[in-house]
Design a protein around this ligand. Sequence first.
Ligand code: CP3
Length: 337
Amino acid sequence: MLKVLGGEAVSPPPVWMMRQAGRYLPEYREKRRQAGSFLDLCYNPDFAVEVTLQPIRRFGFDASILFSDILVVPHALGRDLHFAEGHGPQMTPISAEEIGTLGQHTDFHKHLAPVYETVTRLRHELPDETTLIGFCGAPWTVATYMIAGHGTPDQAPSRLFGFRNSAAMEQLLSKLAEVSAEYLIRQIEAGADVVQIFDSWAGVLDEACFEAWCVKPVAEIVRRVRAAHPGFPIIGFPRGAGALYAGYREKTGVTAVGLDWSVPLSQAQSLQKDGPVQGNLDPLRLVAGGRALDEGIDAILSALGTGPLVFNLGHGITPETPVSHVERMVRRVRGAR
Ligand code: CP3
């Protein structure tokens, strides 16, 4: 993984999956039951270390991603957060007036100390050859949950908020960029080998907003992280960016670009000329298995396998995915036909 992020083509490519610790694994569901709530899992290092390691033991992925959530950052700034079973995250929507007071009454790093401890313990417990990925949400994606109070399909509440209160939006995004950079720096100092910035809702914005709300704050995070750790490998994942993927690496400074499955492989090849790419199997091919899975894998490997590639899904694995299909994917990426 680290060689690929350094620009080398490695065959077979390293492989991991977004959301690789999760509900498709019976052992995850068991731990989740024991922990109580999803947030208890995130803030308890014993549980968080265990569920992070589960997919590594089962599948021997080349990279392990810290088990946590992007929304622990606004939680650590004092916003309330609940995960209601089957409803995803719930927060009290933030008002423009509240933005200036974010983090005033909380100790951000103290709140997140269990996450840093999880990273340190993971780096000791993982095999040396397994890369440990830390992460944060990109400011825009985190802001969409803070503003709407829950997930929405098109982020209409946040787009409208930004058009009506552009100064407040900029203030929110720059605050999130500042604290997210500190959060990543602490994860790096605790033992993360790579960090990924998830911009899951980058795809709903027009070009001007994409530049102002996605590119600019992510570039700010990269600048701050690299000021503390020059050259540190950073993966950016602006899901759904389409034509706006072109230029994203150069403008933000990320090392590698994560691609969703709607990115044509010809476009992926041209992005790979400028550096490593990660992706981009449709997670539903993994649910279906069989030919749909094999053909999807083979297409990615033949288009991108001779350049720097981190094999991954184009978004997170879904809970209904059979474990045997994940085993089949890993075997096939590693050369079995
Ligand atoms: O294995 C991993 O990838 C590491 C852990 C991880 C989780 N969330 C665990 C999780 C990571 C990297 C995330 C990132 C995250 N969280 C994103 C960005 C990536 C993406 O998927 O787009 C976003 C938007 C969130 C916010 C979030 N967390 C939502 C919208 C939901 C509900 C959706 C769902 O799948 O239920 C979550 C909950 C969540 N985060 C779960 C897990 C394993 C499921 C919670 C459970 O077990 O009940």
